[in-house]
Ligand binder design. Structure first.
Ligand SMILES: Nc1ncnc2c1ncn2[C@@H]1O[C@H](COP(=O)(O)OP(=O)(O)OP(=O)(O)O)[C@@H](O)[C@H]1O
Ligand SMILES: [Mg+2]
Length: 493
């Protein structure tokens, strides 16, 4: 087999979906958009990074420290000899040898502690090992103390974060883009020069307009740094629309619903053979709306309503008051920086300790374990896996033995449906906003995004639009395919 490093590298353009949960990228091959394998032969790469702590070498043995220890032991030996004439007495050489070993071991321990105490900024700068996707998830699960795990960095880009935090997320995004670009270039033996990157209508954040420009700046700076020369952004629901358009033989007005991990994005677009080749599609876009609500919020809600009751959500304390509900909300909202800071604070630690004394119900201790052992992300993963299992079965078992030995609970699809009724209402208002802007009734609804796999969501869409044709796209590929299609439109010669 000829390795691709030996092949001639043509310059080309790509479409890149930097998703909250999954990333994917593709190029045009034989005139068709194709996705590129990124991990284990799969074309989706989970959006997570594990930064191993930078390696700190143990210090050399200090002559001074060694002399001090040897002298102290010599003095102790002399003192012991006054009362115990049979005790072992070591020569100076033996003591030097013994204490060199002791100090070497201590220095190794100190280096390990320093390594564990590194800040994320130091880990980025020292550049220990960096892992992406499933490999990052496994590295975190196997040895969480070994580094920093960053899940869904996209969901923080539009948030109110400090300059320092922006710098950290910018470096993380840069590392992810560098990996995706390098892997794709190697596999396809091309040089990726131009790129269309997907963006949600509104980034996940609290400060809509500013949040959007902050996020776009971070991504485009990172894309420039890794070597993309032309960078364009396209709204993700429009990208999904351009994917669907490829199969149309007649013109239609289509409502696109993209239910992703971090955001729900909608658009109402005129699609079809008469518009597909237009370079500018502005006049075909009749409506566009989006909000930071997606699969992660569903996971958080399922954790709150389906799992937190087993962590004491309904306990009444000896002062006849319940545990403040905000504590449980903070515990599960892993994508809310402020909530996580508060839940992990010492103040919360002390408060939880107090609640443990104020109830005989041992479930509260599970909440304390969750906080003390920093198991929030692990619990969030359990909630996500439960949600995914409920797409297949009506009842799912949740294994929580990392919280307490043999702790298993079960959650039903009906519980999931009840837990997310508020989220479904929010999604409905996003859909309605696009429809209102368009002032028309769509001929077809095209649905994409991983969250739309859930039967609870599918059923809800069917109920909302009983009389309209509903087409289900490729849950994890439609946006990227549309981005590649658009890249061809604007960069293809
Ligand atoms: N079988 C399933 N049932 C229900 N949900 C699922 C299933 N498989 C994946 N998901 C959910 O789909 C979401 C990821 O979808 P997707 O890959 O479309 O998101 P994304 O494009 O990364 O996010 P965004 O577009 O919001 O930035 C996750 O929340 C994941 O839990
Ligand atoms: Mg998406």
């Amino acid at each position: 087999m000829a390795l691709n490093s030996n092949k001639k590298q043509d310059r080309t353009f790509a479409g890149l979906d930097l998703g909250t949960s999954n990333c994917s990228i593709g190029i045009i091959e034989h005139n068709e958009p194709v996705l590129i394998p990124l991990e284990d032969g799969e074309t989706t790469l989970p959006s997570c990074v594990f930064l191993e702590h930078g390696v700190i070498k143990p210090e050399k043995i200090s002559e001074h420290a060694l002399a001090e220890r040897v002298e102290a032991e010599k003095a102790a030996q002399t003192k012991r000899a006054q009362t115990d004439t049979h005790g072992q007495v070591f020569t100076e050489e033996q003591l030097i040898n013994i204490y060199r070993k002791v100090i070497r071991a201590e220095n190794r321990e100190d280096a390990k502690t320093d390594q564990r105490m590194q800040s994320i900024g130091e880990a980025l700068a020292f550049s220990g090992g960096v892992m992406f996707g499933r490999e990052a998830e496994f590295a975190h699960i196997a040895n969480p103390e070994n580094g920093f795990y960053i899940k869904s960095p996209k969901s923080f880009l539009g948030a109110k974060i400090t300059k320092a935090q922006q710098g950290i997320f910018a470096s993380v995004i840069e590392k992810m883009l560098a990996f995706i670009k390098e892997e794709s270039e190697y596999i396809k033996a091309v040089e990726l020069d131009q790129v269309v990157i997907g963006r949600p209508v509104n980034f996940h954040g609290l400060q809509e307009r500013d949040g959007n420009s902050q996020a776009i700046n971070i991504i485009s700076e990172a894309a420039k740094k890794v070597g993309f020369n032309d960078i364009e952004f396209l709204m993700e629901p429009l990208a999904a629309a351009y994917d669907y358009e490829r199969q149309l033989t007649q013109d239609k007005v289509v409502l696109i619903i993209d239910l992703g991990g971090g955001t729900t994005d909608c658009s109402v677009v005129k699609l079809g053979p008469n518009s597909i080749n237009n370079e500018s599609r502005e006049s075909d876009i009749l409506g566009c709306s989006g909000k930071r609500i997606g699969g992660i919020d569903i996971d958080n809600k399922l954790a709150l309503m389906g799992i937190m009751p087993h962590f004491g959500k309904d306990i009444i304390l000896t002062n006849e008051l319940p545990i403040p509900p905000t504590l449980f909300r903070q515990a599960v909202c892993v994508n809310d920086v402020a909530a996580q800071r508060e839940f992990n604070s010492n103040r919360t630690g002390v408060e939880l300790q107090r609640y443990c004394f104020m109830s005989l119900d041992k479930r509260i201790e599970r909440l304390k374990t969750l906080r003390d052992n920093k198991l929030g992300l692990k619990l969030n993963k359990s909630a996500e896996l439960t949600k995914i299992a409920l797409s297949k079965d009506h009842l799912a078992q949740v294994n929580l033995d990392y919280i307490e030995d043999n702790l298993q609970i079960s959650v039903s699809r009906d519980q999931l449906g009840d837990a997310i009724s508020g989220e479904l209402n929010q999604i409905q208002s996003i859909v309605n906003e696009s429809l209102l802007q368009s002032g028309t009734t769509p001929d077809t609804i095209f649905v994409t995004g991983g969250t739309a796999i859930s039967p609870v969501i599918k059923q809800w869409i069917n109920t909302m639009f009983p009389d309209t044709e509903i087409v289900i796209g490729n849950h994890f590929g439609s946006v990227t395919t549309g981005l590649i299609t658009h890249a061809k439109r604007i960069f293809g010669s």
